[in-house]
Design a protein around this ligand. Structure first.
Ligand code: TRH
Length: 384
């Protein structure tokens, strides 16, 4: 049986242009950066065009200064600087992340050097529209579909929809080579050392990390946790999670067994370590939920809310995919404000053996599938 945890068979080094517009929060740049770093680690050359790279200063220190071999971070504005674009080496792949649109000047500059149909002897780049992650059934139907370009300098070409997902018929999940081995090697000693390095006052108690928006049942959940006889250290990420905790009425946390510790922003590498070092992870959005899966600890997901409540189906599909026990489903419904159920932390945050078992099974299945970057490279090679 082939080793599916390894990247797909060796492929030539390609040059990639990855486009990212930061809408809000950190998921757009977080996912794009992980993809860039993963591609570079596999020997590809990547240019990341982004309209707001500021989060990279803590997420990937040195990235903006060009200290990550294989990745160049470029200002989105420059992607319409036609004279300068003509001086750049031609790329093999374009990735538009999450529906952001490449500047027409960029497309025109490329079409000029390759010919829209590759008639100058160099193929037009494979053009990928990288979509958001969902476990819903329609993802399998839409993954890989072409979308013909009907107008403009790239007329006659196609973009391809590439959907991350949880089944072999989707684009898979980001999982860089060696991740699971590094996770496994993060033992008790490494955990203790990581806490010490980061000035985290761990006294051997249960550790819960908190990365969320403003969960409907945050106050009630923290109150319940604080009433447990066994103590908990809550590690709170900066920004919205910290603000939300600060809004919890102090009386609800009085005489509590919960200790609060506010964290500074961590690099993506250390964010992973946080998830590995915690017994339970409350995560949010797209990237951190995948990292929580790979971390292997029970978790709760605060899904990114959409105006039309489309996230309700998305959450349900995700929990079904993982075969989440009833108690976990109920916790998610209250955490995400979908139902005003009373909060029950048992079965999800505490006494969560069934949830852990379900996640172990799901993770083994996911590990046996090719990761997103391997699949993306394979897809591009087929389309070239
Ligand atoms: O920040 P998010 O809520 O991003 C969201 C979601 O992805 C959502 O689906 C998307 O539509 C919206 O953005 C536009 O959650 P996410 O996706 O987990 O991204 C957070 C990133 O920040 C992730 O890569 C982990 C990283 N991170 C760190 O590197 N260090 C930190 O200290 C923290 C708290 C996060």
């Amino acid at each position: 049986m082939p080793d599916m945890t390894a990247p797909c068979p060796a492929s030539p080094s390609l040059r990639w242009d990855i486009f990212c517009r930061v809408i809000d929060n950190y998921g757009d740049i977080g996912v794009c950066w992980r993809l860039c770093a993963d591609l570079a680690q596999r020997g590809h050359q990547v240019r990341l065009w982004v309209d707001d790279a500021s989060a990279l200063d803590w997420m990937a220190p040195g990235a903006r200064q060009g200290q990550w071999p294989g990745v160049q971070v470029l200002d989105w504005q420059q992607s319409s600087n036609t004279p300068w674009l003509h001086t750049l080496p031609r790329s093999d792949v374009w990735v538009e992340a999450f529906g952001c649109e490449i500047a027409p000047e960029f497309i025109a500059a490329h079409a000029h050097s390759t010919g829209a149909s590759g008639t100058n002897g160099t193929p037009f780049p494979v053009w990928i529209n990288l979509e958001y992650l969902s476990a819903e059934a329609w993802v399998e139907r839409c993954h890989g579909l072409p979308s013909p370009i009907l107008h403009g300098p790239a007329q006659g070409q196609s973009k391809y929809f590439f959907y991350p997902g949880f089944t072999p018929s989707t684009g898979g999940l980001l999982r860089e080579p060696g991740l699971l081995e590094r996770r496994q090697a993060f033992d008790t000693a490494a955990r203790r050392q990581w806490f010490a390095q980061h000035g985290i006052p761990w006294q051997g108690e249960r550790v819960v990390s908190l990365f969320c928006y403003e969960p409907a049942s945050l106050a009630a959940t923290l109150q319940s946790l604080g009433r447990e006889p066994s103590p908990t250290l809550l590690l709170i990420t900066p920004g919205r999670a910290s603000e939300a905790v600060r809004q919890v009425p102090p009386a609800m946390l009085a005489h509590s067994t919960l200790r609060l510790h506010f964290l500074p922003p961590l690099s993506q590498t250390d964010f992973d370590h946080l998830l590995w070092a915690s017994d339970f992870n409350a995560v949010r959005g797209e990237d951190s939920v995948v990292r929580a899966l790979w971390a292997g600890q029970p978790f709760a997901w605060h899904i990114y809310p959409q105006e039309d409540a489309a996230h309700h189906n998305k959450l349900q599909a995700f929990l079904q995919q993982l075969q989440a026990p009833k108690a976990v489903q109920a916790f998610h419904a209250s955490w995400n404000g979908i139902t005003p159920q009373p909060v029950r932390i048992h079965g999800c945050i505490t006494r969560n053996h069934a949830w852990k078992a379900a996640l172990d099974t799901a993770r083994s299945t996911l590990q046996a599938q090719h990761d997103l970057t391997s699949q993306l490279v394979e897809f591009v090679m087929k389309k070239r």
